[in-house]
Design a binder for this molecule. Structure first.
Ligand code: IPE
Ligand code: IPE
Ligand code: MG
Length: 226
């Protein structure tokens, strides 16, 4: 039986380099990157074997970037969610954020909350956006919550307390680098990793389909023997 990639996670990297290569500002690359988000989400929503798509949109480390770029990304996120609200509903997509949202502005949090609530009843694809997300931060927050409740840490209690309790089947990073950059560290314990040189604004549903095809041929042993 071939593998089905039920949970796909993507490190969407290369927006800045894509824009700079054509003499444009990095922010232009982020705008084009948002269009790729739309295309890839639509593809996944149309393929019923895919339950969940988790996209790395802003890391706990991305605050180190120039203020102007960070501010642009926050505005872009707000605009994207407002614009896509109707599309989520039309395509039966449930929106879920992960990460520490407490740091975001009131207006951004309100939009995140609104889209999450509006799509709560959708039972097609779950599109999960990782926002101010870091795998280390997620594990520390979860462990602290359990400690405060006086609960013991076990695989099940910690897993349940994480922002995302779903194992990743297929993890893709665009942009040519081969690292996780603090993305879904726990959930990727047995993920199949695929790295492509394609920069995120140029990543297409066709390339995703080709990666999924390769994924389906991999023998996943999970430490056992086949
Ligand atoms: C990924 O693209 C988007 C975010 C991290 C927000 P980058 O902005 O990292 O683009 P490169 O890697 O510098 O080209
Ligand atoms: C990872 O990309 C974060 C996101 C895609 C949101 P980065 O560009 O921030 O990662 P590094 O700095 O190359 O590791
Ligand atoms: Mg990058």
């Amino acid at each position: 039986m071939s593998n089905q990639p039920r949970h796909i996670a993507i490190i969407m990297d290369g927006n800045g380099r894509w824009a700079e290569a054509q003499g444009k500002s990095r922010t232009y690359g982020h705008e084009r990157g948002a269009e790729t988000v739309r295309a890839i989400t639509t593809y996944c929503a149309q393929h019923k074997e895919i339950d969940r798509l988790t996209l790395y949109a802003f890391s706990t480390e991305n605050w180190k970037r120039p203020k102007i770029e960070v501010e642009f990304l926050m505005k872009l996120l707000e605009k994207y969610l407002k614009n896509e609200r109707a599309t989520y509903l039309k395509n039966n997509i449930r929106f879920e954020p992960i990460g520490d949202l407490s740091i975001f502005s009131k207006s951004l949090r309100a939009v995140i909350d609104d889209v999450q609530k509006a799509t709560q009843g959708c039972n097609g694809l779950v599109q999960c956006l990782a926002l101010n997300y870091g795998g280390c931060d997620e594990i520390v927050r979860a462990a602290n919550t359990l400690c405060q409740r006086g609960e013991l840490i076990s695989f099940d209690t910690l897993n349940a307390q994480l922002d995302c309790s779903h194992d990743v089947d297929l993890l893709i990073r665009t942009g040519g680098d081969q690292r996780l950059s603090n993305f879904l560290l726990w959930q990727s314990a047995y993920a199949e990793l695929f790295f492509t040189k394609t920069l995120w604004p140029e990543f297409t549903a066709d390339e995703l389909e080709a990666i999924i095809k390769k994924f389906k041929t991999v023998e996943r042993r999970f430490g056992g023997l086949n």
